[in-house]
Design a protein around this ligand. Structure first.
Ligand SMILES: Cc1cc2nc3c(=O)[nH]c(=O)nc-3n(C[C@H](O)[C@H](O)[C@H](O)COP(=O)(O)O)c2cc1C
Length: 236
């Protein structure tokens, strides 16, 4: 299968969405935690509400099963951490954890970001004792939450902001969940770092592209097309 080509007669909306999907890319943005990036207040006044709106819109992701936890149906929880608390976290993480390695990027990213969105999903059943059906329900809560995270990345890309989907490192620690008053039932699936100044030429800001970026299969050999029943292999 050859890579996607422009399709004649396709709607403008398709083209816009396709363009945003392909333009989304990771930039890890870092600066010296001892000299954190100061964001102009008008920049925060402009972009903080956009992040809030993008999170709200991301919640239109599909979800299969009502999670029904704490009076809410959705299987996800989003926590928006704005730049001021991010700068505080950048300073506190090395105090709260005694195993922060010198090359750990978390304090440096918290010193440079415009905002951070932490996304938890809520497992419904104990993984150790779950039936097959319960495992499926858990998996679909996670799948739905991942769809909501991708919505967020795409919306922020469309807004012109930089993004990086990280596993979260120390944010996965229960200590952090406590500090940020996150529901302890939640499991972190994404720490989305958001760059409010993707064109900032300041040499004190370091930008690192996402790994595997160039490892994607240009010939789409991960796609199988089934065009007729005859295509099915016979199994013995
Ligand atoms: C669930 C999930 C967790 C990830 N966690 C990390 C991470 O902790 N560190 C990292 O370098 N990349 C992580 N990545 C990968 C990057 O977000 C990025 O997508 C990847 O490097 C490919 O680059 P691109 O987004 O520019 O295509 C994660 C991706 C996913 C989907």
């Amino acid at each position: 299968m050859s890579p996607a080509k422009p399709i004649p007669g396709i709607s403008d909306q398709y083209r816009v969405v396709s363009d945003v999907i392909q333009r989304r890319r990771t930039w890890k943005v870092l600066t010296d935690p001892d000299n954190p990036l100061e964001l102009p207040p008008d920049l925060c006044a402009k972009w903080d509400p956009v992040v809030r709106d993008a999170v709200a819109v991301s919640g239109w992701a599909p979800f299969h099963y009502a999670r029904n936890h704490a009076g809410m149906t959705e299987p996800w929880r989003f926590h928006i951490v704005y730049s001021k608390p991010c700068r505080k976290l950048s300073r506190h993480i090395p105090e709260w954890f005694d195993d922060v390695k010198p090359n750990n990027k978390l304090p440096a990213m918290l010193a440079a970001c415009g905002a951070l969105v932490l996304v938890n999903w809520l497992p419904q059943f104990d993984e150790q004792q779950a039936t097959e059906k319960q495992v499926q329900v858990n998996e679909e809560h996670l799948a739905a939450t991942s769809a909501a995270v991708q919505n967020l990345l795409l919306l922020l890309t469309a807004a012109g902001l930089g993004t990086y989907w990280s596993s979260g490192g120390f944010f996965r620690d229960p200590l952090m969940a406590g500090k940020l008053r996150m529901d302890p039932a939640g499991k972190l699936i994404a720490a989305v770092f958001i760059d409010y100044m993707p064109n900032n030429p300041d040499p004190a800001i370091e930008r690192i592209a996402g790994k595997h970026r160039m490892a994607r299969n240009a010939d789409l050999n991960w796609v199988r097309e089934v065009v007729d029943l005859d295509e099915f292999a016979t199994s013995s």
